[in-house]
Design a protein around this ligand. Structure first.
Ligand SMILES: Cc1cc2nc3c(=O)[nH]c(=O)nc-3n(C[C@H](O)[C@H](O)[C@H](O)COP(=O)(O)OP(=O)(O)OC[C@H]3O[C@@H](n4cnc5c(N)ncnc54)[C@H](O)[C@@H]3O)c2cc1C
Length: 223
């Protein structure tokens, strides 16, 4: 069933991402990690649905998103960056199979952190601590790292950041290849993965080479 939401606030997170907060409609629920389809209530855009993943918990009063804008696409996310409090959207869903299956190795690329952030929030709420879990978070540059302070401070979570472009001042520049991932992953490891399609397929091959079974991979494909 479609639900209408009103934007309460929009704040920058990085140079190209925004944190959007809506009131959660009564009765609307989802599993952390699942996505919804969002349409803007704006002339010319009402039929353009795009998927986004709530980062807030299902029982929170607000429904929150972090959304990366791509001005070069001349699409919905460019319009989202221009939204103001009071603007409306319509959402449908939820959908998707990204679900909490226990502590594991969470691997994210760029805005692909959003379902993982939702899962980490859930695990923190349920267990108070993320011991036994590792986050491997790849970005183009350090300026692209979403919620770095929050992630670094999550109790019990081991966090490893890498960048793929430019030199990171505090973060190594390197790819998520098997030589890097083997320090976190072994056969039998439960892995969660979300990122842009090229990164997803590259990391999936490397995880398979490290002996991670497809059944032990919880992946959200954004292709
Ligand atoms: C399940 C799921 C959950 C998601 N959750 C989130 C989330 O929580 N946060 C988030 O930030 N993102 C999320 N995404 C990604 C998000 O949905 C896309 O970034 C968004 O749909 C892009 O919409 P757009 O209209 O701006 O651009 P698009 O729909 O990608 O493109 C619009 C047009 O731009 C052109 N175009 C496309 N690619 C390029 C390119 N590379 N260069 C130039 N032009 C191009 C094409 O003509 C295209 O028709 C999620 C995706 C999925 C599948």
């Amino acid at each position: 069933m479609a639900q209408n939401l009103t934007l309460r606030s929009i704040e920058p997170v990085t140079h190209d991402t925004h944190h959007l907060t809506f009131d959660r409609p009564e009765g609307f629920t989802f599993e952390p990690g699942q996505a919804i389809e969002m349409k803007l209530q704006k002339d010319g855009w009402r039929d353009e649905g795009r998927p986004f993943t709530p980062i807030s918990l299902p029982d929170a009063a607000s429904l929150e998103f972090i959304i990366k804008s791509y001005p070069s696409h001349d699409g919905v996310t460019e319009q989202i960056a221009r939204m103001q409090a009071g603007d409306g959207v319509t959402i449908e869903g939820p959908f998707g199979d990204m679900r909490d299956r226990g502590p594991g190795v969470f691997i994210a690329g760029g805005a692909g952190i959003t379902p993982i952030l939702a899962l980490l929030h859930k695990r923190l709420k349920d267990h108070g601590d993320l011991s036994g879990s590792t986050l491997v978070f790849s970005n183009k540059t350090e300026a692209d790292i979403i919620r770095r302070d929050e992630l670094s401070a999550m109790p019990g979570l081991t966090v490893a950041y890498v960048v793929t472009k430019g030199e990171g001042k505090t973060v190594p520049k390197r790819r998520l290849d098997r030589d890097y991932l083997r320090q976190f992953v072994e056969p039998g490891s439960l892995c969660y993965l979300c990122g842009p399609p090229p990164m997803m397929s590259a990391v999936q091959s490397e995880l398979a080479a490290l002996g991670v079974d497809r059944d032990d991979l919880v992946a959200d494909d954004w292709s």
